[in-house]
Design a protein around this ligand. Structure first.
Ligand code: ATP
Ligand code: MG
Length: 278
């Protein structure tokens, strides 16, 4: 099976992707693969093109050249039916949450089910409630409006919405941004559970070094239009490359690395091996 492994194991294949906005080249022939059931992170400085790349992976923006295949479908050549089917197989949690303010939380979570399925209202509410429970929200939260939620609850609610259609692939844009350390830690656990329990493939953009050390199997570092390196955090920590060194060298980078190393010595119960891409 070794020869077929590439296609079977790759959930996303990005080849030679180039993106320009006017004169500004954001991506210069970018390439990497995301493998099935891995937690893959995209990191890089502000403006390095992470969100744009994510938008390209979910059909919200077209690269100028190159190819992106998601779940075996070439996004450039896919027809309407194929892209509709694809959109049902992935879930997206946007950075700002993206919940509709005029709908309650449970209505927000059920929205995709109403759009994409013929299920009865009662069943949709039951499914939506189960997704809320999965993300650790109390049942009563379903009746609340997004404006009534804390930052952490909002993240969980938008994650519940991303999970509504039981996706195989989950995209998360800054899942822990703006959260206090306790809430952020809860999101770490949740991301790991989703992969371990449901075999989800997860692509996340994050600046959160603790999250990266705790849950990412592999990380791609974007800088100057290129992927400067891809590997586990420990592999990257040993790479001798200016952009990658810079990423680890700041005070937050050093602190997260020290926490990780201290944790690895004293408590391995909840830690995953540094790289487990299957
Ligand atoms: N629609 C657009 N029109 C023009 N320029 C754009 C557009 N979208 C993104 N850009 C530019 O592309 C570059 C990459 O933007 P992108 O949002 O992908 O960065 P990012 O890595 O997500 O940054 P951040 O960490 O700040 O979110 C930026 O210079 C941005 O100004
Ligand atoms: Mg961004």
């Amino acid at each position: 099976m070794q020869t077929a492994a590439h296609d079977e194991d790759s959930v996303i294949e990005i080849q030679q992707v180039t993106t320009r906005f006017g004169e500004h080249m954001v991506h210069d022939a970018i390439a990497f693969d995301v493998r099935r059931a891995e937690i893959f992170a995209l990191v890089g400085g502000s403006g390095s093109g992470k969100s744009t790349l994510l938008r390209e992976m979910i059909l919200l923006h077209r690269p100028d050249s190159g190819s992106i295949k998601v779940l075996g479908v070439d996004l450039q050549t896919a027809g309407n039916e194929e892209t509709l089917a694809l959109r049902r197989r992935w879930g997206v949690m946007f950075q700002q949450g993206g919940l509709f303010g005029a709908l309650t939380v449970i209505e927000n979570v059920g929205l995709a089910l109403r759009e994409h399925t013929e299920l009865e209202d009662d069943l949709i509410d039951d499914i939506a409630a189960s997704k809320l429970a999965l993300t650790g929200l109390a049942r009563e939260v379903g009746a609340q409006y997004p404006s009534e939620l804390s930052g952490g609850m909002m993240k969980r609610a938008s994650l519940a919405r991303a999970l509504a259609l039981d996706p195989e692939l989950l995209f998360l844009d800054e899942p822990t941004a703006g959260l206090d350390p306790d809430s952020a830690g809860g999101v770490d656990e949740l991301v790991r559970t989703l992969r371990d329990r449901f075999g989800l493939t997860i692509v996340m953009i994050t600046h959160d070094l603790d999250l990266l050390w705790q849950v990412a199997d592999r990380v791609a570092v974007l800088a100057e239009g290129k992927v400067q390196g891809v590997g586990s955090m420990s592999e990257l920590a040993h790479m001798d490359h200016p952009a990658i060194r810079q990423f680890f060298a700041g005070p937050r980078g050093r602190a997260a690395q020290e926490t990780q190393q201290a944790g690895a010595q004293t408590d391995n119960r909840n830690k995953r091996p540094p790289s487990k891409p299957k």
